[in-house]
Design a protein around this ligand. Structure first.
Ligand code: AMP
Length: 114
């Protein structure tokens, strides 16, 4: 999608601090990190919100979690722990409308989230 900032990171039109990619997903560091590690995992296919995920995307969504697992492992957080978050629409705090899995680690996380 031409006006999507994350599609532009996928295409290389704008830079991203990429930490993992394969044929289906890309992971890069968040511009405004909320934890010592804050990576966003996105599908290379444009999907605007969780509401737009289709049954045929099920494997793709699973690959996003496998990428998150891989990044956490490479950065040494497998045992310490990490949090994955995906916001859907405005009230949940979604600001970029290309689904992304936040992967946060390196500090104690609070519950419930704000
Ligand atoms: P959300 O508010 O859940 O939609 O999360 C969007 C995230 O994208 C925020 O944490 C932003 O800091 C991050 N973000 C926005 N633009 C960029 C960018 N060009 N590169 C990396 N992260 C970005």
């Amino acid at each position: 999608m031409t006006d999507c900032i994350f599609c532009k990171i996928i295409s290389g039109d704008i830079p991203g601090d990429i930490v993992y990619q394969d044929d289906d997903v890309l992971a890069f560091r968040d511009l405004t990190p909320q934890a010592p590690m804050h990576v966003l995992v996105i599908p290379k296919k444009h999907i605007s919100t969780i509401n737009d995920i289709q049954p045929e995307d099920a494997a793709l969504i699973g690959k996003m979690f496998l990428a998150a697992q891989q990044v956490a492992k490479e950065e040494g957080y497998t045992e310490r722990g990490y949090r994955t978050v995906m916001n859907c629409n405005a009230e949940a705090g979604q600001s970029v409308f290309h689904i992304h899995l936040h992967v946060l680690a390196g500090r104690a996380m609070h519950w419930p989230p704000g």
